[in-house]
Design a protein around this ligand. Structure first.
Ligand code: TXD
Length: 310
């Protein structure tokens, strides 16, 4: 019996999610979107089915606007919402996306109450908080996808700067999905060599800044809409770790209840993702400077969440 993956939102990211989930044969895929857009999603689903012979994958890919069709989903990935336009901050999306996420959360709670839920919609740290509050799901069942993307960006920029393979760049980014996220140069390595020993302080500062502004850099280039290839793959990495019990340790927005001195907020931290969902949060002994940066991002997330009227 194949697993079932519900993609709530079949737009830019949703369509890439469907393609990647199908190519990796993670399960059958149901895309859910609004009635006005569902025929486009049905077309995308059909197009992906017609690609299967070349892609050599077997999956049922369908689209709907009825939550009944996501019944029993094992994984739910939520991208429903409005993306940024040039000049907008992620927080500018807050009110419009709170309404959407609340509607989505009620639908998922009713039809897929056991699903492992990966929230992507921005402002991410607030949207995952809203989804968790509205569903009342246990914390192992709900995470936000942002740090896995931010870490991929951090690794990609380092590889580009140093002319090395991305495969050999290891590191992590903590905190909120915003301009004060916390890449950790001290714990980043290139083939086991500490980044701080092969890149100058100026290079590292430039890499940190580019990582923090990576989303905005793409939004500016697009003018309307935001990144979709890298966010989609970042969410699939998490879903795959859950579905295959790969036990990856990935930076995700998880509900902290004392970890890192944070209580009651979803914030980007290293998480063990297993068949149990978000099984465990790993704590890092931060330096005083890293702690100060982390507290700054926590303050930003706290402010945005405090503005969520739910
Ligand atoms: O790392 C991250 N977490 C971020 C997330 C990285 C990049 C993009 N980030 C955010 O993801 C972005 O700011 C948006 O809030 C979401 C989705 O981005 P995407 O680029 O996929 O947006 P689209 O193309 O507008 O797709 C959104 C879809 C679209 O098809 C709408 O019709 C649908 O969401 N939508 C809904 N579906 C179901 N139910 C409701 N109510 C609904 N409203 C809109």
């Amino acid at each position: 019996m194949r697993k079932k993956i519900a993609l709530i939102g079949g737009g830019q990211i949703g369509q890439i999610l469907a393609m990647l989930a199908a190519q990796k044969e993670l399960g059958d895929i149901v895309i859910l979107d609004v009635p006005d857009y569902v025929n486009v999603c049905k077309g995308k689903a059909l197009d992906l089915m017609e690609m299967a012979p070349h892609g050599n994958y077997d999956a049922s890919i369908t689209a709907t606007s009825d939550y009944k069709d996501i019944a029993g989903a094992d994984v739910v990935i939520v991208t429903a919402g409005k993306p940024r336009e040039a000049g907008m901050t992620r927080e500018d999306l807050l009110n419009v996306n709170i309404k959407i996420i609340t509607e989505v959360a009620n639908g998922v709670k009713q039809y897929a109450p056991k699903a492992f839920c990966i929230i992507v919609t921005n402002p991410l740290d607030a949207m995952v908080y809203v989804f968790h509050k509205v569903t009342g799901f246990p914390k192992h069942q709900v995470i936000g996808m942002a740090g896995t993307l931010d870490t991929a960006r951090w690794r990609a920029f380092i590889a580009m700067e140093l002319g090395v393979s991305v495969a050999d760049v290891a590191g992590t980014v903590l905190g909120g999905h915003g301009p004060d996220m916390v890449p950790l140069p001290r714990l980043t390595t290139v083939g086991g060599v500490p980044l701080t020993e092969i890149a100058s302080p100026e290079q590292i500062d430039r890499l940190v800044t580019r990582t923090r502004e990576a989303g905005t850099e793409i939004v500016k280039l697009f003018g309307k809409g935001s990144a979709f290839f890298s966010p989609a793959w970042s969410a699939i990495v998490i879903a795959e770790s859950y579905l295959k019990d790969k036990r990856r340790v990935l930076p995700c927005a998880a509900l902290c209840e004392g970890e890192y001195g944070v209580n009651g907020l979803f914030i980007g931290v290293p998480c063990l993702i297993s068949a149990k969902g978000m099984e465990k949060i790993f704590e890092i002994k931060l330096t005083e400077e890293e702690k100060a940066q982390f507290q700054k991002t926590v303050a930003s997330v706290t402010k945005t969440v405090s503005e969520c009227k739910i």
